[in-house]
Design a protein around this ligand. Sequence first.
Ligand SMILES: *[C@@H]1O[C@H](CO)[C@@H](O)[C@H](O)[C@H]1NC(C)=O
Ligand SMILES: *[C@@H]1O[C@H](CO)[C@@H](O)[C@H](O)[C@H]1NC(C)=O
Ligand SMILES: *[C@@H]1O[C@H](CO)[C@@H](O)[C@H](O)[C@H]1NC(C)=O
Ligand SMILES: *[C@@H]1O[C@H](CO)[C@@H](O)[C@H](O)[C@H]1NC(C)=O
Length: 269
Amino acid sequence: MRFSSGLILALPALAVAEEQIPLLDKVKGFFNMATAAVSSSIPAMPSAPINAASTKAAASAAAAIQHRITLENWKEVLTVDPTASPPTAQDWLIFATGGNSTCFGLCGNATTAWNTSLPILAAKPNAPKFAYLDCETENILCNSWSIGAPALYYFQIPKPLADQSAPVPTVRYQSLNRTSTTTETFKHLIVDNEIEKVEPYEGVFHPFNGALQKYNLAIPYGYVTWGFAKMPSWMPMIIISFLSRSFMNKRMAGPTPAESRAAAARPAQ
Ligand SMILES: *[C@@H]1O[C@H](CO)[C@@H](O)[C@H](O)[C@H]1NC(C)=O
Ligand SMILES: *[C@@H]1O[C@H](CO)[C@@H](O)[C@H](O)[C@H]1NC(C)=O
Ligand SMILES: *[C@@H]1O[C@H](CO)[C@@H](O)[C@H](O)[C@H]1NC(C)=O
Ligand SMILES: *[C@@H]1O[C@H](CO)[C@@H](O)[C@H](O)[C@H]1NC(C)=O
């Protein structure tokens, strides 16, 4: 029974994961991809088509504005300007994108919209800092935060107080629609500050304060979910059918001795 206790421990994590839906998102993404393959009726981007030259210009402008974060550097990059006087918080906007295996190749339009929006966003008064997270290369980091591309993760990181105690950063997670995300979406979220209305995330995957970070489990979790993603798609079916079958067998076999004893001990109603 030793091995199954590990499995049972994993189950609540999976249930919690539904809050930010990494697996579900992957499944949905798969269906999106399948739909895209069979139908040409995918809604077009409402904004003007972006040509190759302006995309290239946008990408180089974007590179100057946003910091690329990785599993190794994110804690150093996402810090507070040391010259700011407390109490101050540094706002960081992290755009998570993905490629063929992490976004089913459907993140391109959202990423272009993000890169194109950056110069405008950066010009806003009290502009946040920007970071770019490519889940294709930073799969473990994305999994350890349990985020699915494309998404925006908004961090407000307070400067440590005089006594060096650092208040917990507030994080807000906003997943983005793969097909309908445009520059307008980012304007709405960031310039109009709609992202402030997103309920701060406080669950176990909180990048600074979540249980997984506290117990140093975020990275192992990242590897485990990465392993799940690498697993052939039929494997979860087999596991689920195996689990439900053994569960059913147990039910068929009637209550266990402990259960029947407990039932007998219960006073008649
Ligand atoms: C967006 O900008 C980043 C640089 O910050 C670049 O690596 C990426 O290729 C750009 N993507 C698109 C779709 O323009
Ligand atoms: C992603 O998939 C598309 C189409 O399947 C392919 O053309 C492209 O080369 C792939 N990109 C990478 C980086 O593998
Ligand atoms: C991206 O935009 C192009 C045209 O603007 C459209 O044809 C394509 O379907 C869009 N892709 C996705 C994944 O929405
Ligand atoms: C994304 O946007 C498209 C088009 O606006 C819509 O049909 C689809 O339901 C949206 N998907 C989600 C997950 O909201």
